[in-house]
Design a protein around this ligand. Structure first.
Ligand SMILES: C[S@@+](CC[C@H](N)C(=O)[O-])C[C@H]1O[C@@H](n2cnc3c(N)ncnc32)[C@H](O)[C@@H]1O
Length: 209
């Protein structure tokens, strides 16, 4: 992609700006990590902010990076041609590396791929891939011991996605993050919720799952 082209995204400009701000408020206490990076728009926004904050750690990026039908359509609508089953990791790298050059990319499926995480305390932890259980809860389980009480910001990017669904079984499946919050919400403080469904939390009290 040329520099003038924007990175196709599944995240609104409002939320991307919020991610920029999150990055900018990095306190130097831990790493930033995103699970579900696609072509890099949300990572790029976060990294722009992190750069401003003087971030000096690896940026941990996890995704399976295998295009499906709906991703092909969404990319095309935003002027980028990709094919079903295409490995998108090179496109991600080309989009994000010019903004932050210490990206550690892990290509594979969560929760298994998250075992590769060895970066220590996590300060910013964005979940934009796991939306249903068991993937959702197992992804949280793989990472939460690295969260820092009073510091870590967690983003559940599809927290209210279920509201757009009609089928009761699909609604139940996509309510995995709600079930998590019903059970463990007292360990978190909501810092921002968007009408488009993204929920940002601060981890407050040590959790044992
Ligand atoms: C909603 S998109 C991410 C959008 C991106 N954050 C943005 O703002 O443009 C979800 C991404 O999660 C990835 N994904 C879905 N399930 C996954 C899994 N179990 N493990 C790893 N990646 C997964 C998909 O490949 C896709 O790139």
């Amino acid at each position: 992609m040329t520099e003038e082209q924007v990175i196709p995204t599944m995240t609104s400009e409002l939320v991307l700006n919020y991610l920029r701000g999150l990055g900018k408020s990095w306190q130097g206490k831990g790493t930033a990590l995103e699970l579900g990076c696609w072509l890099g728009a949300s990572s790029a926004a976060l990294c722009e902010g992190l750069n401003e904050a003087g971030y000096n750690k690896d940026f941990w990026a996890f995704d399976k990076w295998e295009a499906n039908d709906s991703e092909v359509i969404k990319a095309k609508e935003q002027g980028v041609n990709i094919e079903v089953d295409q490995n998108l990791s090179d496109i991600y790298f080309d989009n994000v590396e010019p903004i932050y050059n210490r990206i550690l990319m892990w290509k594979g499926r969560a929760p298994g791929i998250l075992q590769e995480y060895i970066g220590g305390p996590i300060e910013i932890c964005i979940f934009d891939a796991p939306k249903q259980d068991p993937t959702f809860i197992e992804s949280v389980r793989a990472l939460y011991r690295n969260w820092i009480p009073g510091i870590t910001i967690i983003g559940f990017m599809d927290y209210s996605y279920w509201k757009s669904l009609e089928h009761p079984r699909a609604i139940y499946r996509y309510q995995a993050p709600q079930r998590f919050m019903n059970r463990y919400g007292s360990h978190f403080e909501v810092i921002k919720e968007f009408d488009s469904g993204e929920l940002f939390l601060q981890y407050k009290e040590k959790l044992i799952i």
